[in-house]
Unconditional design. Structure first.
Length: 133
């Protein structure tokens, strides 16, 4: 029996004349996301313990999480290039566009849940403060 995602593959890569399927991309992404998530969870756990003990989190925790996020983006581009057999430009465009849509939806959801009181400037100021900048 073929799973639903095999019968009706999402055609995100095929819209740009790619050759792979979404299930192949999901499998490839999972192979690097799992270890990076373990690193992220470990760092978050350590920073949470540090926050409970001293009330302050060292700024290098934010930098390590930023590096892990950039690695996820880079590995996502490499996975899209490998699975869909894209050029570098198409792979970068596919992944960056997906992240832009995702960030836009998260900001829209935060704005909707806050009753229209979500302040994007204050949000980014908090992110810079978290990174120690």
């Amino acid at each position: 029996m073929t799973p639903a995602w095999g019968r009706y593959p999402l055609r995100s890569g095929r819209n740009l004349w790619g050759e792979g399927t979404y299930s192949q991309l999901a499998y490839t992404n999972a192979s690097f996301w799992a270890p990076l998530l373990v690193v992220t969870w470990t760092i978050s756990l350590i920073s949470g313990i540090a926050m409970l003990n001293s009330g302050d989190v060292p700024s290098w925790f934010g930098w390590v999480l930023l590096v892990v996020s950039v690695l996820q983006l880079v590995f996502g581009v490499i996975a899209a290039k490998a699975v869909y057999r894209f050029s570098w430009v198409k792979a970068i465009a596919t992944v960056v566009l997906a992240y832009i849509i995702l960030v836009g939806l998260v900001i829209l959801l935060a704005w909707a849940l806050s009753g229209g009181e979500f302040d994007l400037g204050r949000f980014f100021e908090g992110m810079l403060e978290l990174l120690g900048l």
